[in-house]
Design a protein around this ligand. Structure first.
Ligand code: SAM
Length: 295
């Protein structure tokens, strides 16, 4: 089925609950990243931060809290999908209530060429795991750079290390399922991009793409996401989400044995239900690429 609003044929509204669960788990990591990025804006009174592809709103919440501690500012959530944007904006408004942080929402296609007209000039544009869903990633980064005020920062969260969640041998099916799920997802990703109308390759790394957009002082940092076993229920449920997402997009690339194993792992009524295991975990790493618009 084709899904409206975006270019990737992903059913984003159906992802709301798992995006939220991931946001709740990632909150401590998001808070550190938000504090670090807001720290770049210490010379700016009431900075404007735009969150492109804001998803469940976790990072916008972290920005709102960081700005409140910084003396106020404005957080603008932007997403193509209203069904995500509205609940995410409510969440951030709730977190910002009683502070001097303004929160607003702008529904927009990040692949459009009018972003700089639709969005306010920003001191920081944050775009996490959204640019790789756009057909022409370099053109999108160029447009995001246009949203910045002189001296403003573009921060792209892309890449890092693929998440690991599962023991090598689960006791059912063939060992090594986690790696096969990652390979199936990667293969789906290649096809997802190839099928996008107007797709253009980005044959360079993200730092080079930021420089090509005219940004300077480009650098990156990475951080580890570590929820070790034995993990609380929220982590175990996010492992269920991970298997469901990876197997959903990669289904055609998985063997019949793996598909049977997965059906049991995600079934709360099955004794093999992965959400009831005390040996699953979430381990990954995210990378943030930064570049500044010349003053
Ligand atoms: C993988 S989620 C990332 C959400 C959040 N930024 C995070 O890192 O958790 C991708 C987000 O990008 C949004 N998105 C996808 N295509 C888009 C487009 N063309 N324009 C704007 N948003 C888009 C989706 O609706 C979703 O909220």
């Amino acid at each position: 089925m084709a899904h409206k609003h975006t270019h990737d044929n992903v059913d984003w509204p159906a992802r709301l609950s798992s995006l939220r669960r991931a946001d709740e788990l990632d909150a401590p990591f998001d808070r550190d990243v938000a504090d670090r990025l807001v720290g770049l804006l210490c010379a700016v009174a009431k900075p404007v931060i735009v969150d492109i592809g804001s998803g469940g709103g976790g990072m916008s919440t972290a920005f709102a809290r960081a700005l409140a501690a910084h003396g106020g500012g404005r957080v603008v959530l932007s997403d193509a999908v209203d069904e995500l944007l509205e609940p995410a904006t409510s969440l951030v408004r709730h977190a910002a209530a009683g502070t001097s942080v303004e929160v607003e929402a702008v529904q927009a296609d990040a692949a459009g060429d009018r972003l700089a007209e639709l969005l306010p000039p920003a001191d920081l544009v944050w775009a996490s795991r959204v640019v790789h869903h756009l057909p022409d990633q370099q053109a999108a980064i160029d447009e995001l750079a246009r949203v910045l005020v002189p001296g403003g920062w573009l921060a792209l969260s892309e890449g890092g290390l693929a998440t690991k969640c599962l023991p090598w041998d689960l006791g059912i099916g063939e060992p090594g399922l986690g790696n096969r799920l990652t390979a199936a997802r990667d293969d789906w990703f290649v096809g997802m991009r190839a099928d996008m109308p107007g797709v253009r390759a980005l044959p360079v790394g993200w730092n080079t793409a930021l420089e090509a957009a005219g940004l300077t002082g480009v650098y990156s940092f990475s951080y580890v996401i570590d929820h070790p076993a034995p993990a609380p229920e929220a982590v175990r449920l996010s492992v269920v989400d991970w298997i469901a997402w990876m197997s959903g997009v990669g289904e055609d690339r998985l063997s019949a044995t793996d598909r049977e194993t997965i059906a049991r792992l995600v079934d709360p009524g099955d004794e093999a239900y992965v959400g009831a295991r005390d040996d699953v975990f979430v381990l990954g790493a995210s990378t943030v690429y930064l570049g500044q618009k010349p003053a």
